[in-house]
Ligand binder design. Structure first.
Ligand code: FRU
Length: 463
């Protein structure tokens, strides 16, 4: 395996977001806190920077921010998973960590177990895999990706599946993880055009309700539903996008020892495969996001406070300034790895645009525009790159917060990866590939805006 150092000068590789040492990365898997360490497993092709030969890669962290690479956790080396070790989760059963993953022996996709040792450094597959060998209830579509929880006597799991028309999340229960009883369809879609398979279902209780997160195919957008769960059936009352960027996919969340629900998502590249192959790597993870339902059943997001450990230096801290004054201060910033947090109130402004990854010589720029009058956020990659084969998408996102009030915008820039938080209800991930250095920031307002606080911090891993 190549060391990470070979990518030191790669202008597009994120520096403080998790990326695989090399090769291809997709879904986060098996997120868990165990004995003072957070474990991040992920769908990994160590052989090439394209999808294929799925393994479970493995990294460990004590703070959710600094990740140490560990050897491959699972390889497609058994008869029942020879076509790939697909996504799954990690749980603690009888005091020991256990992985539930999807073993693929094409065309079969079936639930399999692997046991971790005390240190969570070595893994042994269950001799009787797969632990569910046949598909119940006319489920004919793919049958993969696991979300599990424990309730009194039983382990419960849902999977991502479908009946040939609609996406279905079948519900099973077990005492010993080896024999599973089918309980029925926990939820089923009624939109066969967009939702034939619920990829990567993720289900948990929050604030007196339940949340179901999934990445349905063929839609390929991440959605959540919140509502009531009666132990067998989930009845959603609200539904929305999770992250508004199309790069964001297949997130997984877990409850840590502090009781926080923490989500990490896969950020797909938004450039052609040839460019990814040439780069030698593909795919990145978001920063850890603390998620919870609010009283109204809307999902809220906050960057995990541990990310404060990334702050290397404060470049700008301005309070109660006009945008002209702030703009002047921002001209001193030259960085591709930073956070900019803005608190502002529109005093009649109909647009406030934050410009990041800006390059005067190439004209490249990525813009994040708040439109207070229409209560929208517009993230534009239209001019992000002069390179062909990169995304030029423009996302217009309805904002949740009340029209006319203040907005807090928190933007994490890390070379090609940008995470935008607007208030607590809106997140958008962007991937941008400027050809120039594109290390400038700017701010433009149409009309008057009061900047109450602006913080720009240079971010880097401390080791
Ligand atoms: C989602 C997904 C999962 C599957 C895995 C395979 O991105 O397609 O449904 O388990 O990736 O790598």
């Amino acid at each position: 395996m190549a060391t990470r150092d070979v990518f030191e000068h790669d202008p597009h590789r994120p520096r403080y977001h998790y990326v695989a040492p090399q090769g291809w990365l997709n879904d986060p898997n098996g997120l868990i806190e165990w004995k003072g360490e957070y474990h991040l497993f992920y769908q990994f092709n160590p052989h090439a920077a394209v999808w294929g030969a799925m393994h479970w890669g493995h990294a460990v962290s004590t703070d959710l921010v600094h990740w140490e690479d560990l050897p491959l956790a699972l390889a497609p080396d058994a008869p029942y998973d020879r076509s790939g070790v697909f996504s799954g989760c990690a749980i603690v059963h009888n005091g020991a960590p256990v992985i539930m993953y999807t073993g693929v022996n094409s065309p079969h996709q079936l639930p399999c177990l692997a046991y971790a040792d005390e240190t969570m450094r070595s893994f042994r597959k269950e001799p009787n895999n797969p632990v569910i060998a046949t598909l119940p209830d006319n489920l004919v579509y793919d049958f993969r990706d696991h979300s599990m929880w424990h309730d009194g006597t039983y382990w419960y799991q849902i999977l991502g599946s479908g009946d040939g028309t609609n996406a279905v999340a079948p519900l099973f229960r077990s005492v010993d993880l080896l024999s599973w009883e089918y309980l029925g369809r926990m939820i089923q879609s009624d939109d066969p055009i967009n939702e034939q398979l619920y990829e990567c279902p993720d289900f948990f209780a929050s604030n007196g309700q339940h949340v179901f997160i999934t990445s349905p195919l063929p839609m390929r957008r991440v959605i959540y539903m919140s509502g009531q769960f009666d132990g067998r059936t989930f009845t959603p009352t609200k539904r929305n996008r999770v992250d508004h960027g199309v790069s964001f996919y297949a997130p997984q969340s877990f409850t840590d020892e502090q009781g926080r629900r923490i989500m990490i998502g896969w950020c797909q590249e938004q450039r052609v495969e040839q460019a990814c192959r040439a780069a030698g790597w593909q795919g990145a993870m978001t920063l850890p996001r603390v998620i919870a339902l609010d009283a109204a059943g809307d999902l809220t997001y906050a960057v995990a406070p541990e990310c404060a450990a990334l702050v290397a230096r404060t470049m700008v801290h301005a309070k109660h300034v006009s945008w002209h004054q702030l703009r002047h201060q921002l001209t001193h910033v030259a960085s591709c790895t930073y956070r900019i947090a803005l608190q502002m109130a529109a005093n009649g402004a109909h647009a406030v645009t934050l410009i990041v990854r800006s390059d005067q010589s190439t004209g490249e720029q990525t813009t994040i525009t708040w439109r207070p009058t229409t209560n929208e956020l517009v993230c534009s990659m239209a001019r992000s790159s002069i390179n062909a084969g990169t995304s030029h998408d423009v996302y217009t996102i309805p904002l949740h917060h009340t029209v006319g009030s203040a907005l807090s915008l928190d933007v994490y820039v890390d070379h090609s990866l940008i995470e935008v938080y607007a208030g607590v209800h809106t997140v958008c991930t962007l991937r941008v590939y400027p050809n120039g250095t594109a290390d400038r920031i700017d701010l433009i307002a149409e009309g008057d805006v009061a900047i109450t606080d602006c913080l720009v911090q240079h971010l880097s891993l401390s080791r």
